[in-house]
Design a protein around this ligand. Structure first.
Ligand code: NAD
Length: 473
C-alpha cells in the first residue's frame, strides 16, 4: 500500500510548498472505501495571483534556458517517473480507484510525454522562424481526475519544451499525484516557478482571475464539454489562445467480417480501460446483424468474469468509480435504457456496500433515443446495438455532437479506410482497441474540442506563436 503521508500536500508555488492563504482545505477520498485519505490546500484568489507572479518571474530564465538544457531536464523527468513507476501507480490507484494495471499503464504513458517532448524540444525550428526559444507564455493548465498523471504531463511536457511556464490546476478528487509529480520535476531540475500547482474548490473564480491577468496567454483544458464551453467564453474576454480536450461518445463498429476474438479483445480495452472512465471509452457498440449475437454473448462472458474491487488490490480488473455521484449517473443511464427496451445481459444495478462500485454491465437492443446514446456513460457499461448496412453504421456513429474517438473492426481494410474517412472523429482506431500514444496527435472535432496534444509538432505547437519579423539590414 502506498504511504500517502510521504506526498507533499502544500500548494506548490514558486518552488515552495505552502498552505492556502485562508487556511482552507479540500478532503481527498479513497473511492473504494469512502475514507478520507488526505487533505490538500484550497487555493484562493490571492494564491492564484501568487502562482501567476511566480510563473511570470520564472519565465525569463526558462525562456533563456537553451533547448538542449530544457530537453535534458525533461528527459530526467521521464527517467525519475520511470524509476518511481510503482510508487506513482499505487498513488494513482489509491486516489482515483483505477486498477493497478491501469495505473501502471498510465504512468508509462504519462512519463512518455517527457521523453517524447525532450526529443521535440531541440527540434523546434524552421516554420517558427527565428530562434528555437521563441515562446514565453504563462499557461494555465486544467486537468480532470480520470488520468491524474497523464493529463498533466501531456500538457506540462510540451509547454516546458516550448519554453513556457505553467500553473496546473488538477482535479480536486485526485490532487496527490499532481503534487507528487511536482516534487519529482523539482528533483529533475525544473527551476522554481516554472511549474506551479494549485488545488481549489472554487475553480471558476480562481481560473477567471488568472485568465484576466495579461501575463497569462494560454489556457489548456482537459475535461467535460460543459466546463470547456464556460472556459472558452471566459478566455474570449481576454482573447486567450485555448486548447480544449473535451468529452467523447465513441462508437465501436464491428462488421460481420471482423475477427470476432480480436473485436472482443479490442472492445474490452476500449470499454474497460480505467473501468470505462476514459474520454476515448467505447460508449456505443454497433455490431452488424450476422455477428451480433456471438459478439454480445462473448462480451457478456468477458465482462461478467472481471474481478471488481479496490484498485490497489493486485487482482482487481475493475475498480470503483470516482464518486457516488458518478455511480448514480451511470445507474440513471442504465435504468433509462432499460425503460426504453434494452435487455440486461449482466450487471445493471448499483452494488451493495461501501465504495463507489458499479458492476461491469452489458446491455443489448438499446434504443437510439436512450440517454446513454448521447451522454458519456463514463463507467463499465457496454450498450450493444444491431446494424445492417455500412451506411447505417456510419450515420448512427455520426449521430452525436461529439467527435473524439471511434473504433472499427473489419478484415476488409478498404472498407475500414472508407468508413474511417466518413466518421466525424479526431481519432480512429482500425482493428485496434487503444489509440493513446504520445507520438500521435490526440484530440477531437465537433464538441470534443479544439487543438491536439502530442504528436510530431502538434503538441509543442499548441504552446507557441508564429512571429514574423521583416528586417532591413
Ligand atoms: P470536469 O469538466 O468536471 O472537470 C475538469 C477540470 O475542470 C477539473 O480540474 C475541475 O475542477 C475543473 N473545473 C470545473 N469547473 C470549472 C470552472 N468553472 N472553471 C475552471 N475549471 C473548472 O471533468 P471531469 O469530471 O474532471 O473529467 C471527466 C471529463 O473529462 C469527461 O467529459 C471526459 O470525456 C473528459 N476528458 C477528456 C479528455 C480528452 O483528452 N479529450 C481526457 C480525459 C477526460
Amino acid at each position: 500500500m502506498f504511504d500517502y503521508a510521504t506526498v507533499s500536500h502544500g500548494l506548490y508555488v514558486g518552488g515552495r510548498w505552502q498552505p492556502s492563504s485562508e487556511g482552507r482545505v479540500i478532503e481527498v477520498v479513497d473511492p473504494s472505501t469512502e475514507a478520507v485519505i488526505a487533505v490538500v490546500p484550497d487555493a484562493t484568489l490571492a494564491d492564484a495571483a501568487a502562482a501567476v507572479n511566480a510563473a511570470s518571474k520564472a519565465a525569463a530564465g526558462w525562456r533563456e534556458t537553451s533547448p538542449r538544457r530544457r530537453s535534458e531536464i525533461l528527459r530526467r523527468c521521464f527517467e525519475l517517473m520511470t524509476e518511481r513507476a510503482e510508487i506513482l501507480a499505487a498513488l494513482i490507484s489509491l486516489e482515483n480507484g483505477k486498477a493497478l494495471r491501469d495505473a501502471r499503464s498510465e504512468v508509462a504513458y504519462a512519463a512518455e510525454f517527457f521523453r517524447w517532448n525532450a526529443e521535440e524540444a531541440v527540434r523546434i525550428s524552421g516554420e517558427f522562424g527565428l530562434a528555437p526559444s521563441g515562446a514565453n507564455r504563462n499557461c494555465v493548465l486544467i486537468t480532470p481526475w480520470n488520468f491524474p498523471a497523464a493529463m498533466a504531463t501531456r500538457k506540462i511536457a510540451p509547454a516546458l519544451a516550448a519554453g513556457c511556464t505553467v500553473i496546473l490546476k488538477p482535479a480536486s478528487e485526485t490532487p496527490l499525484t499532481a503534487y507528487a509529480l511536482a516534487a519529482l520535476y523539482e528533483e529533475a531540475g525544473v527551476p522554481p516557478g516554472v511549474v506551479n500547482v494549485l488545488t481549489t474548490s472554487t475553480p471558476g473564480p480562481v481560473t477567471a482571475a488568472m485568465l484576466a491577468d495579461p501575463r497569462v496567454r494560454k489556457l489548456s483544458f482537459t475535461g467535460s464539454t460543459g466546463v470547456g464551453r464556460v472556459l472558452l467564453a471566459e478566455a474570449a474576454k481576454h482573447v486567450i489562445s485555448c486548447s480544449m480536450e473535451l468529452g467523447g461518445n465513441a462508437p465501436f463498429i464491428v462488421f460481420d467480417d471482423a475477427d470476432l476474438e480480436a473485436a472482443l479483445d479490442g472492445a474490452m480495452v476500449a470499454k474497460m480501460r480505467n473501468a470505462g472512465e476514459a474520454c476515448t471509452a467505447a460508449n456505443r457498440l454497433y455490431v452488424q446483424a450476422g455477428i451480433h449475437d456471438a459478439f454480445a454473448d462473448g462480451l457478456r462472458k468477458r465482462m461478467a468474469a472481471l474481478n471488481v474491487g479496490a484498485g490497489t488490490h493486485t487482482e482487481t480488473e475493475c475498480g470503483p468509480m470516482i464518486t457516488s455521484k458518478a455511480v448514480n449517473k451511470i445507474d440513471r443511464l442504465v435504468q433509462d435504457a432499460v425503460v426504453r427496451g434494452a435487455k440486461v445481459l449482466c450487471g445493471g444495478a448499483i452494488a451493495e456496500g461501501k465504495g463507489y462500485f458499479y458492476p461491469p454491465t452489458v446491455l443489448r437492443d438499446v434504443s437510439a433515443d436512450a440517454a446513454m446514446m448521447h451522454e458519456e456513460i463514463f463507467g463499465p457499461v457496454a450498450p450493444i446495438m444491431r446494424f445492417d448496412s455500412e451506411a447505417d453504421a456510419i450515420a448512427r456513429a455520426n449521430d452525436t455532437e461529439y467527435g473524439l474517438a471511434a473504433y472499427i473492426y473489419t478484415r476488409d481494410l478498404a472498407k475500414g479506410m472508407r468508413v474511417a474517412s466518413k466518421i466525424e472523429s479526431g481519432m480512429i482506431a482500425l482493428n485496434h482497441g487503444l489509440m493513446s500514444d504520445p507520438a500521435a496527435p490526440f484530440g477531437g472535432v465537433k464538441q470534443s474540442g479544439l487543438g491536439r496534444e502530442g504528436g510530431q509538432k502538434h503538441g509543442v505547437a499548441e504552446f507557441m506563436e508564429a512571429k514574423y519579423i521583416a528586417v532591413t539590414l
